[in-house]
Design a protein around this ligand. Sequence first.
Ligand code: ADP
Ligand code: MG
Length: 482
Amino acid sequence: MTFLDFNLSEPIQKAIDDAGFKEPSPVQKEAIPLIQQGHDIIAQAQTGTGKTAAFGLPILDKIDVEGSVQALVIVPTRELAMQVSDELYRFGRFAGLKTATVYGGTSYDRQIERIKQAHLVIATPGRLQDLLKSKRIKLNPSFVVLDEADEMLDMGFLDEIKNIFTYLPKERQTLMFSATMPDQIRRLANEILNTPKTVSITKSESTNSSITQNYYVIAEHERDDALVRLMDFLEPGKCIIFCRMKKEVDRLASHLTSQGFKVGLLHGDMEQKQREIAIKAFKQGNTDIFVATDVAARGLDVNDVSHVFNYHLPFDSESYVHRIGRTGRGGKTGEAITLVSPNELRAIKRIEKDIGAKMIMQSIPSKSELRSNKENALIEEISSNKINEEAITLVKTLQHDIDIVTIAHLLASHIINKNVIKGKDSIGFGLQEVEKLLEKANTQPRDKKGSYRGNSRNRSRSRNDASNNRNRSKNRSSSRGK
Ligand code: ADP
Ligand code: MG
């Protein structure tokens, strides 16, 4: 099947070709024909599976460029409004279609002006409700889309959404898209959809199989060390680190910055302008690491995110799905990494069950593993150099006092010392240790704090070289190398 099978108008098809889309994704294959036949739909598919184009293409195809606003897309966050708007503009531009983006925190007047010129409005619930309620705008769209419906409900927008629909025409085609389908969503669907068709991309198709999911068991106080070690080992391209709280985002971002990483951050307390700047810097690669809260990073669509880190487990399985969906997008592969303490192991099992995927336990590379890894890279790097005139002079001078082998050793040490691997030798629990912990958890009652730590923790601590513990800090940036 190709996009040609949808018989879309020529300018839309041209935009699809331009975007390099070859084959429709499963949700697109199912949803596009149903939308073209005029059905209301409720569609469930994992994040990163192309839901925007699934509703965008058939809608754009039907829009009359002479008319006013004919489609309204409601999304949970400002960031998502901008992204969906960009994507729809991209597909509609050859057809001359204009989008208006509506969200809180910016001028009403300018948005109202844009709406008057637009064929499609992409809006967040709060600002949209404001505009409709105060009668500053009136909309008469033939298409209404609720995108990322589950997130909107999670964020407490149910009342706003219901209220918004009281201002919309009864004669309309309504499309609901969601990564998950909790009861609340079904109830809302019953209210606002008219005999909808269901599109459900089954779990195996839906759980984006291009994302490898790993987790590492560590002690609570080892989170920062574990993260830095994994960064050093994996050398990720762009990555997002999720935290539960703003406070943690701030702290972790400054910690990682002090370690020489190029870090950006995103949370709900930031002003709109700051958020846009942060996202842009991350998209353009001026920062490699983005530390964010769930809410702030909802729907964030940045290409080429190679890794998503869960610094802490999210509160529920749905957030987990949304978080890891920031990587492995548009047919690329990605890796999701979760740090858990022993008493969070049960939560891992629960997530696996909820999402129907397997998470693989790994152990954090020790210093020596990392070292031998780096050694090969270093040998490669050294032998690829051209000999420099100054180097010859330098070696001649050194040879007055030192023999040539010692000089070589000294020079090699000089390089290695610059790339010193920080942190203690081993971080976190090994696979066998975790198995023992699990056994214990299953045979022993929990202690008062509900933790399973027991003695294994002490044993594992004694294997650490305490003197290495304090060795990190200096000169991080030189070891980054990039
Ligand atoms: P979702 O809304 O399901 O999370 P998006 O609509 O944001 O997913 O799409 C994720 C990424 O995949 C986007 O960058 C989009 O441009 C890309 N994409 C969507 N459909 C296709 C396709 N058929 N072929 C290639 N890339 C696609
Ligand atoms: Mg989406």
